[in-house]
Design a binder for this molecule. Structure first.
Ligand code: DGP
Length: 113
């Protein structure tokens, strides 16, 4: 999508601090970190939110979770991290391109609020 900020980051049109990249997934540091480690994982193709995951596009979501586990292992926080996706306005989704927050490096409360 031409006006999507995460599509532009995936295309390299807007700079980001990349943590991982392959043909279908990009991981980069969040601009507004909520934990000592705060990485965003996105599909390179535009999917608006978790509400738009279907049998046709879910393979990349499974792959994102593989990448999250790999990053956690490489960065040494496999024993304590949270993966979150905000879906829709009420849940606080500000960027309308599916993304998963990978957070680590502090204690997390439950329920998340
Ligand atoms: P959410 O509120 O769940 O839609 O999360 C969007 C996140 O994206 C938020 O934590 C801030 C981050 N973000 C927004 N714009 C940019 C950007 O241009 N670059 C980076 N690295 N992160 C961004």
């Amino acid at each position: 999508m031409s006006d999507c900020i995460f599509c532009k980051i995936a295309a390299g049109e807007i700079p980001s601090t990349k943590v991982y990249e392959d043909d279908t997934v990009l991981a980069f540091l969040d601009l507004d970190p909520q934990a000592p480690q705060h990485i965003l994982l996105i599909p390179k193709t535009h999917i608006q939110s978790a509400a738009d995951i279907t049998a046709a596009n879910s393979a990349v979501v499974a792959h994102i979770f593989e990448v999250a586990a790999k990053i956690a292992a490489e960065k040494g926080f496999s024993d304590g991290f949270r993966v979150v996706t905000n879906c829709g306005e009420q849940a606080g989704q500000s960027v309308k391109h599916l993304h998963f927050h990978l957070l680590a490096g502090r204690d997390f409360t439950w329920p998340p609020g």
